[in-house]
Design a protein around this ligand. Structure first.
Ligand SMILES: Cc1ncc(COP(=O)(O)O)c(C=O)c1O
Length: 399
């Protein structure tokens, strides 16, 4: 019989004194990360430079192998990088300097993560291309038909979020991928808000590129982002943003044109941030052990309960009501949401505020139902007692 999910709470130190409902931003740290970070320091202290040959050199791929089962990939198909924006820059650089049948259009949703839009806009501006941003009509979702219609035979790339960070809306990526295939465009699926809380399967979906990170739902800390490239395509790309780790023989230190290595390693560039990779494995291991279907089932139950209770308490909700269209986040639309969030944080109830959306609440497998209900009751109290008023001028954003 499965152990109750809440029996794992003791593995996460922060849960003993905070109501941690913010795993869509930074997942709680598993206790075993203390051991891994100590191992990193011990290895550095005792082995010094020999650590590279023993294990560090391979870590961007061996840690990728720990992520692979969570996205339906195989060993050797995933590489690790410091953040998603850099990964997108690497992907874009695969399309520089080649004709691509004169494809000049990049299509993505306006609700995509801004960091990626900044990069896409700069890239399209400097490469004679056009960035088509598909708007959201309700600030919750993106109409699939509008996305599909925006993709045409001029389209080169479609970098989209699987789950929107503002509302938790799950895009119909299969319809988008199908259209991309039809016109010969590539899809870059940002699964940062889905891996760890939803089943993800690159093989079944036939995704060209999948990008994500361990920071959020995978409880792996900052600096552990991952890139999967469809294995039959991988060898055709020559990323311009490259470096010695992508070379077939890096220790030749040859300065003639780079000879790319095969496999996931060809998307690497400079020296990897090894300490982050030590921390990155513990959360994903735990999530694999618990099982993603079980996590999803619990998440749907808890977010449905959250939405029902929010309506009962008179709050607006900016997340889909239909659980099939909803990831792990529920966004509440209440007046003075920023100030209320500050008041919640002061009471050690950790959630966040996103301008233009509201208060994001993101329970994970380690949260209890009563934590969620208590957080909602506290919001009601903060409003009813005007407690939020003392935070009205507080513009700090820390989460
Ligand atoms: C969907 C999504 N993509 C990307 C990011 C961040 O990207 P980066 O790793 O470049 O900071 C976030 C949140 O931090 C996100 O929610």
């Amino acid at each position: 019989m499965d152990i109750p999910l809440t029996s794992l709470r003791s593995e996460f130190p922060i849960l003993s004194n905070q109501t941690y409902l913010i795993s869509n931003s930074l997942g709680a740290m598993p206790r075993s990360v203390f051991v891994r970070m100590h191992e990193f320091a011990e290895t550095w202290a005792s082995k010094g430079v020999k650590a590279w040959a023993d294990e560090w050199w391979e870590m961007p791929i061996t840690v990728g192998n720990e992520i692979a089962p969570l996205i339906g990939a195989r060993e050797g198909e995933v590489s690790m990088h410091p953040n998603i924006t850099t990964i997108l820059a690497i992907i874009l650089s695969c399309f520089e300097g080649i004709e691509n049948g004169r494809r000049t259009r990049i299509v993505c949703e306006e609700m995509n993560f801004p960091s990626l839009i900044y990069l896409l806009r700069n890239w399209t501006n400097t490469h004679g291309c056009e960035l088509a941003l598909v708007p959201s009509r309700d600030r919750i979702s993106v109409d699939t038909q509008e996305m599909v219609d925006a993709i045409d035979d001029r389209t080169l790339l479609i970098p989209i979020s699987h789950v929107l960070f503002r509302s938790g809306y799950i895009q119909d990526i299969q319809a988008i991928i199908q259209k991309a295939r039809k016109v010969g465009a590539y899809v870059v699926l940002d699964a940062y808000q889905s891996v760890g809380i939803l089943p993800v399967d690159v093989g079944r979906w036939n995704v060209d590129f999948l990008i994500g990170g361990v920071l959020k739902w995978l409880c792996g800390g900052p600096g552990g982002c991952f890139l999967y490239v469809r294995p039959d395509l991988s060898g055709t790309f020559r990323p311009r943003l490259t470096g010695w780790l992508a070379h077939a023989r890096p220790f030749d230190f040859d300065v003639s044109e780079i000879e790319y290595v095969h496999g996931a390693r060809r998307f690497l560039n400079g020296t990897p941030a090894i300490s982050c990779l030590y921390a990155a494995t513990e959360g994903p291991r735990m999530i694999r052990d618990v099982g993603i279907d079980r996590i999803r089932e619990n998440s749907v139950r808890q977010t449905s309960m959250l939405i029902d209770k929010a309506y009962e308490l008179g709050f607006g909700v900016r997340s889909p009501r239909d659980p099939d269209q909803r990831g792990g986040t529920v966004t509440l639309d209440v007046p003075h949401a920023r100030a209320i969030t500050r008041a919640l944080i002061e009471r050690n109830i950790l959630v966040d505020f996103r301008a233009g959306s509201g208060i994001r609440i993101a329970p994970h497998f380690y949260n209890t139902d009563s934590e969620i209900l208590d957080a909602l009751a506290t919001i009601r109290e903060i409003i009813d007692t005007d407690e939020f008023e003392k935070h009205l001028n507080d513009r700090t954003t820390v989460t």
